[in-house]
Design a protein around this ligand. Structure first.
Ligand SMILES: [Fe+2]
Ligand SMILES: [Fe+2]
Length: 249
């Protein structure tokens, strides 16, 4: 959950004294009513106007070597923050193994502050360099599996999806294909378990301290020494985009 008061920070912000203009990321703007401000802002460039690059004072400043939980506490909105912690805690309280608990904790990580569309696929790719292959697999396949009931496993099509998308919504072929593929896979149970704990809580939930997952993360998430975003993994740029989501380029 983004709380600007998370730390008292006296360090200067970049390019102090200038107006740092933010162009919304195209993927979040196109097709919406939000105006395309890029041309206007290009015209405003002068000695006192630059484009946002680097730390944005509107967001809590990330530590120099960010850890997984720093993204939870410094970047994620309340909805994703509570949803991920609640899913993972329920799995942990049920005695599920580390892989399931970690997959629950990570399953919607892309929604935290990167991208919602195809979030399971984005999230899986983002975490893959740092977790067991089975965990990343479960993060990816929870997305297609959410759309298809499995009565034997006790999983019904979610009521929340009926409300989100309408009764007549038909999932696209690629989700059906991937759900079928997942069902035939030896790790099906792990991804299905994620969908079982994947419950939305629109009401106020008991606050959960993310620190309760410190041990599970320590055992199962390869935290890079340089910090997430600054290591040389193939997905470091995704973490950097979450650190500096308003960068112009
Ligand atoms: Fe999800
Ligand atoms: Fe979820």
């Amino acid at each position: 959950m983004c709380d600007p008061a998370i730390e008292f920070d006296t360090r200067l912000w970049p390019q102090a004294g200038r107006e740092r203009m933010i162009v919304p990321q195209p993927v979040g703007r196109i097709g919406t009513d939000a105006p395309d401000v890029e041309q206007d802002m290009l015209r405003r460039m002068d000695d006192t106007h630059v484009f946002m690059m680097g730390d944005n004072p509107a967001l809590p400043r990330m530590p120099e070597k960010p850890t997984l939980l720093d993204f939870f506490t410094h970047r994620f909105g309340d909805m994703t923050f509570n949803h991920l912690l609640t899913s993972a805690k329920r799995a942990m309280d049920d005695g599920m193994d580390d892989k399931v608990v970690l997959a629950c904790l990570l399953h919607d990580i892309s929604n935290g502050c990167l991208i919602r569309a195809d979030h399971g696929y984005w999230g899986a790719q983002m975490v893959a360099p740092y977790v067991d292959e089975e965990v990343a697999w479960a993060v990816k396949y929870h997305q297609p599996l959410r759309y298809f009931a499995d009565e034997a496993a006790g999983y019904a099509y979610p009521d929340s999806y009926r409300r989100f998308f309408g009764e007549d919504y038909v999932p696209p072929d690629y989700l059906r294909r991937d759900a079928d593929e997942a069902r035939a896979h030896r790790w099906y149970g792990t991804a299905r378990a994620v969908t079982m704990y994947d419950i939305y809580f629109f009401d106020k939930v008991e606050p959960i301290d993310p620190a309760i997952f410190t041990d599970i993360i320590g055992r199962n998430f390869r935290q890079p020494e340089e910090g997430l975003g600054f290591d040389r993994s193939p997905t470091a740029h995704m973490w950097r985009t979450m650190i500096w989501p308003n960068n112009f380029l």
